[in-house]
Design a binder for this molecule. Structure first.
Ligand code: TXA
Ligand code: MG
Length: 312
């Protein structure tokens, strides 16, 4: 147990906010059973009070104590993917404060696999609420440096575990209403989930719980961004030229000053995505042109984030 982890857990017990690495993105941790700590968390994130946060645990047995009912599907998914980048929405136990659930009668539970996150959770000993450690609506942080740039002194401590391996947020599955519904695509694909569940995963209808990550303009850079089909990139560059910064698969075009080349593999792409968006955002360009990956299942989670980033 490192001294930093011991100190972080002590801070959390005093109601302070500690950012920590997970395999997906950095989380802004707070004691999930403390109304005061969670109030401060919402204030720092700038998050509306009716948007719930995910609570993190060391293991499934501890996590499930926060649910009033644990369906068979939850046991299957936990056995298959925890610890890992999956969040389960279940009916909340009566002991769970409505301040972490945004007033809803469900709670989001996750067991991360990052060793530093697990160490911190073990030392802290309870549930840690941890939304992504950025201001509401902005691009999630995948390094400790991103967290410091975004939150400055508003975060009491940042545990540095290097860059996150997955790079985009966890997959969220709602199991609170009978059948499994995908609320947010992420680190675990629908195909992986379905193979463990042995049944199809549905898509949300209007009665599904609110997910802030599903708002149209979320994960957004400050600079206007446009998602452009591969075939249209060339003509967009001809039109925008020096005004644009480009995120694309191919080699840089001499007409563009700021160009980030992305991997053709979706897993590697996801890992680099948020750092790349931040770089583009601080390039001074007037518009960000993002070459769209193909619209195939393996690109689903990445495309979801790109569509929200490119709100204009
Ligand atoms: O990968 C992740 O999930 C990261 C790391 C830090 O664990 N966390 C994360 O948290 O992305 P956040 O708060 O930025 O996004 C959590 C999403 C939100 O869209 C929220 O609305 C949804 O989870 N959520 C949490 N509890 C929920 C609930 N009870 N019902 C429906 N959605 C819920
Ligand atoms: Mg977030």
């Amino acid at each position: 147990m490192s001294e930093a982890v011991r100190r972080a857990a002590a801070e959390l017990r005093r109601g302070r906010l500690v950012a920590f690495p997970t395999e997906t993105v950095y989380g802004l941790g707070a004691d999930a059973s403390s109304r005061e700590a969670i109030a401060r968390l919402y204030e720092v994130k700038g998050r509306p009070g009716d948007h719930p946060v995910i609570v993190h645990f060391t293991d499934a047995a501890t996590a499930f104590k926060w649910a009033s009912e644990v369906p068979e599907a939850a046991h299957k998914l936990a056995a298959g993917f925890w610890p890992g980048p999956l969040t389960l929405i279940l009916e909340r136990a009566s002991t769970v404060g409505d301040f972490v659930t945004g007033g809803q009668d469900t709670v989001g539970l996750r067991v991360p696999v990052h060793p530093l996150a697990l160490e911190l959770l073990a030392e802290f000993g309870g549930g840690l609420a941890a939304p992504s450690a950025n201001r509401f609506g902005r691009v999630s942080p995948t390094t400790a440096q991103h967290v410091r740039e975004d939150l400055g002194d508003d975060v009491d401590m940042v545990l540095d575990g290097g860059p996150c391996g997955v790079g985009i947020e966890s997959t969220i599955i709602d199991l609170s209403r009978g059948k499994a519904v995908l609320l947010r695509p992420g680190g675990i694909s629908t195909a992986q989930l379905e193979s463990v569940l042995g049944e199809p995963v549905g898509t949300p209808d209007s009665a599904a719980p609110r997910v802030s990550g599903s708002l149209a303009a979320h994960y957004a850079p400050r600079t206007p961004a446009r998602l452009v089909a591969a075939a249209g990139i060339e003509s967009e560059i001809a039109r925008q030229g020096a005004e644009a910064a480009v995120l694309a698969f191919g080699a840089p075009d001499a007409r563009v000053d700021f160009w980030v080349r992305m991997p053709r593999d979706p897993v590697q792409y996801a890992q680099k995505l948020y750092a790349a968006l931040r770089e583009l955002d601080s390039s001074g360009a007037k518009v960000l042109l993002i070459e769209s990956p193909p619209d195939t299942p393996v690109w689903r989670a990445v495309l979801d984030r790109l569509r929200r980033a490119a709100r204009d």
